[in-house]
Structure formats: structure tokens, C-alpha cells
Design a protein. Structure first.
Length: 306
């Protein structure tokens, strides 16, 4: 939670220069509290596992949140029963007239397809356009991040010679960026993807800013002037998610590479090592606080009107 101190106290400016969030007294008096409404567009086939992963991180915040689950009506899920989806998920038609403080768009196992070849692409584009007038901040994950960058900013994705799979060290490029408050100079993010976005494409766009990257896995976290956050990795992954994917690909005869920096001694017969949990929690807390809670109006119907 922020530190609340008087407006004119000398410590206010000093703390702000160190990237410490200070709640100025004037602003604090104007704030009321209500729960945050978050919409989770779950594009993963393993919907239950993905729900658990993301809700776990959202629940670690002191901010109270209400989460609605969203599916694409134009795609028939082969891995989740229609009964489950009907009971727990909404369609876009059911939420298009509502406002949300935050939207999370997950990844999807369709990286090797052109965006326009994905059967639910037109619906996804409609949702992404809708988010700009009905959502305070949108968080795009992995393929979702590439889809958002492509749709909103024309940033193409490029195929990789070999799948990026493992736990990679990342650098904080913008130490004053609120999204990375409290981060160490170096931190770790799981990655699992066949494509990438290029630095030069993003840097050409004045509306986008790279705040973290990795020498091994490339561009990691990008923010936009429209309060959108794009992360090419999977902070939400559980300890055994990459191991499951590796064993799945082995069984399918795909001859996958062993996930890097993941198993002890890089031996898949040994247990994986958790090295990203604390920063994953901090990342989601920061997104909820600085990109959602501090930006969203108290009257949720005011979203998109400014």
C-alpha cells in the first residue's frame, strides 16, 4: 500500500525521486474504496489450470477484486466441457455493455499460425477494440501480447529457429517505471513460445516503451501510452508447467529441447527450481495498483469517457 504523507513534506519529493509510491494527502482525501472488476479472457485450452495460475497471483494483492471469466464464442473448445464453460464463463455479448477496471488476455497455442488464420481472430479484435473504451488497463500475456501489439500497433511476430523454453534472466530497463517498483536489477520469467517480437519494430513506435528485456529471450515487457501492458513470458506459470509441456512434446515425438535454467543441473530427471514466484507476485500487485487502481475512476461507468 502507498505511504500517505503531507503534500509539502520535503520527504515527499525525495521518496518520489527514488521511485517510492507516495499517496499525497490531497489525493488520499478524495479517494473512496470499491472492489475492482477484472475480466479474464482465457484463450488457453487448459482453462482450469490457467484460471488457477492467474487467480492465485491476483489474490495476493491487498486490493479486493471481482473476476469474470470470458471465452470466445467463435471457437469450440475441445479440452473444456461446454457445461463447465456455460456455468463459469461469459461470452462477449454478455459483457460488451459493461465496464471493467482491468482485462487480462492470456496466451494461446496458435503461435505458428498467422493471426488472421485463427478462427476467433475477428472476435478477439472486436474485444481488443472494445477494451479501449470499456477497460482502464489491459494486460496481454505471451501470444496475447503479440496479438495485441499486432492489432493495435502493427508490430509483426517472427518465427524462432528453436522454441524459447525455460527460465530467463531479465533486466530492468526503466527503473522509474511503476510497474517494476520493488524489482531487483535482474529477475526471472518463464518463457514458452515459438515466435518473438523485435526490438527495432517496437522502438520505431513512439507510443510503445520497452521496460524489460533478456539477452537470451528478447523483448519481455512493453507498455503503451494507452495503459496497456504486454508481457511475452509467463509469470503465472506454476513450478511444473514447463515440465508438463516438455513431457507432452516428448510424448508427441517432437524432440523438444530441455527447458533452459529450469531443472536442477539442467537434468530433466531432477526437480525444477522455482526462481520467479516473488517477482510474479510483485508484477501483478504493481499492475493492479498502479495501472488499474490508481487510474480507474471510482464511478466505473466513467471509464472511457475521459
Amino acid at each position: 500500500m502507498p505511504v500517505k504523507i503531507p503534500d509539502d513534506l520535503p520527504a515527499t519529493s525525495a521518496l518520489e525521486s527514488e521511485n517510492i509510491f507516495v499517496m499525497r494527502e490531497t489525493r488520499a482525501r478524495s479517494q473512496d474504496i470499491r472492489e475492482l472488476r477484472i475480466l479474464l479472457l482465457n484463450l488457453m485450452p487448459t482453462k482450469v489450470e490457467t484460471e488457477i495460475q492467474i487467480l492465485r497471483l491476483l489474490s495476493n494483492s491487498p486490493l479486493q477484486t471481482e473476476v469474470d471469466l470470458l471465452q470466445t464464442a467463435s471457437h469450440e473448445s475441445r479440452n473444456t466441457s461446454s457445461e463447465y464453460l456455460h456455468k463459469f464463463y461469459k461470452t462477449f455479448d454478455e459483457v460488451r455493455d459493461q465496464k471493467y477496471d482491468g482485462l487480462i488476455v492470456t496466451g494461446a497455442p496458435v503461435e505458428r499460425m498467422d493471426f488472421e488464420e485463427v478462427d476467433y481472430w475477428p472476435e478477439l479484435c472486436e474485444i481488443m477494440d472494445w477494451s479501449r473504451t470499456n477497460v482502464t488497463s489491459t494486460l496481454y500475456l505471451c501470444w496475447g501480447a503479440m496479438a495485441g501489439l499486432y492489432h493495435h500497433y502493427g508490430i509483426p511476430k517472427h518465427p524462432l529457429e528453436h522454441k524459447v523454453s525455460g527460465i530467463y534472466r531479465h533486466q530492468v530497463i526503466s527503473p522509474t517505471e511503476p510497474l517494476l517498483r520493488g524489482f531487483d536489477d535482474w529477475f526471472y520469467i518463464p518463457h514458452s513460445r515459438h515466435t518473438k517480437v523485435r526490438y527495432e519494430d517496437i522502438r520505431k513506435n513512439p507510443h510503445l516503451h520497452i521496460v524489460s528485456s533478456s539477452e537470451e529471450s528478447g523483448v519481455a515487457i512493453v507498455i503503451s501510452e494507452r495503459n496497456e501492458v504486454f508481457i511475452t513470458g509467463h509469470f503465472e506459470y506454476d513450478l511444473h508447467t514447463l515440465a508438463y509441456e516438455y513431457e507432452r512434446d516428448l510424448a508427441a515425438g517432437m524432440d523438444p529441447r530441455i527447458p533452459e535454467n529450469y531443472f536442477e543441473d539442467d537434468d530433466p530427471c531432477k526437480d525444477p527450481i522455482m526462481s520467479w514466484r516473488s517477482h510474479a507476485t510483485l508484477f501483478y500487485n504493481n499492475w493492479l495498483n498502479y495501472h488499474v487502481y490508481q487510474e480507474t475512476p471510482y464511478d466505473i461507468d466513467e471509464i472511457g469517457r475521459k
